[in-house]
Write a protein that binds this ligand. Sequence first.
Ligand SMILES: [Zn+2]
Length: 476
Amino acid sequence: MPMKQVWLAGLLGVTAACATNPVTGRRELSLISESQEVAMGQQAAEEVRQSMGLVPDSALQSYVRGIAIRMAKASERPNLPWSFDVVDDAAVNAFALPGGSIFVTRGILAFMQNEAELATVLGHEIGHVTAKHSVQQLSKAQLAQLGLGVGSIVSSDFAALSGLVGQGLGLLMLKYGRDAETQADDLGFKYSLNDGYDVRAMKSMFEMLQRASGGTQAQGRLPQWLSTHPDPEDRIAKTDQRLTTVTTDLSKAKLNRDHFVRLQDGLVFGENPRHGFFENQRFNHPDLVFRIDFPAGWKTQNQPSAVVGVSPNQDAMFALSIPSKDTPDAMLRQFLGQQGIQGSGASSGSINGFPAASSDFQAQMQDGKIVAGRVAFLSYGGNTYQLLGYTLAQNFGTHRGSFSQAIQSFNRLTDQAALAKQPARIRLVRLGRDMTVDEFVRQYPSNASAQAVALLNGTDKGTTVLKSGSWAKRVQ
Ligand SMILES: [Zn+2]
């Protein structure tokens, strides 16, 4: 499918070369040059920024950037065009793209207690770039793409067909091996220590991840960082070993708790309903002022690049996305013009009064399977929406009605409560006396569970004492 072809075309122009790894000094096979690494990473980074969005807080962004740039400039690859952004995502996550584009989520920031913890996470991600882990991973992925292994998966074909997964989000799914993770921890520890941080924070960071994974109900979302990283317990043990090698006095090293925590005041906590939220099968988007009903019984999810639903027996998918601002007719022509796709019964007209164009289609996947679906493009509020349902061709008859119904349900959002819905935010309280987390929760009620409030304040116990004069976090 087209996205795959673009990807392959880009890769086939690449020649194998031996390059020296900046961290290990060893020569190793790399299929990409540094300028290709940077170009690939920057394109992917732009897709991440577009689809996830950045936290609209310039003080926070420049603060994170300042710390990270300082460490990156002192690393083995000081001259890369490093970039650091806080993305507007509730997931507890941080990731690095090839070439030095690094992202941390507001979700992971919320659970951190001080600047030193942030530094170790940034240092870890910088380490993935300086040790060229993603480059090695890409080289493997390229070899696979060139036919030396790993067949294609129907779902990734589906994703490519619908334009739902761009290169950037595909890169995010790269997992590094355990050795690469340990090396990134080693480097993150070293960079933070060299920058004067109290590196005991690396341990408290892993303890936080461990607690957060035990209590995912608090947030509803498993920390993403855990799904791509080794077990925190093992990382805590390795960090204890690293700490035995430190010769400086860490009690005088930087933590910068107050300044760090104060920057969190007003940070959105949990999912942001302004970016859309589900009420049973109905998806409401207050900022874009639309709603749409997904088929009854389907599992749904609001992802950064699309809102998706999957049928109960997982044989059909429906997705809504905003691919571009072209007219519905032009978008439909473009969609049906993709290689391997055949349209039938294309028509243009309107859906609930909005200009629209729609068609049934069939498409052949790389593995020979035939999928069939219905697609509509609809112009509303300055955007053109893609509404797409598809399934294996033999099941199209069963699902066609649900696809059409979902498409027809797209309409202006008029529900006042939905339009007015606001996110919960972290608010700071300066404590006038020592109090336990339990007392804090009672005295300053939160719009989040007691467990979540404890985690936000660096503990999982209600009996932990928060000190007089410190800033404590609540959710409002
Ligand atoms: Zn990692």
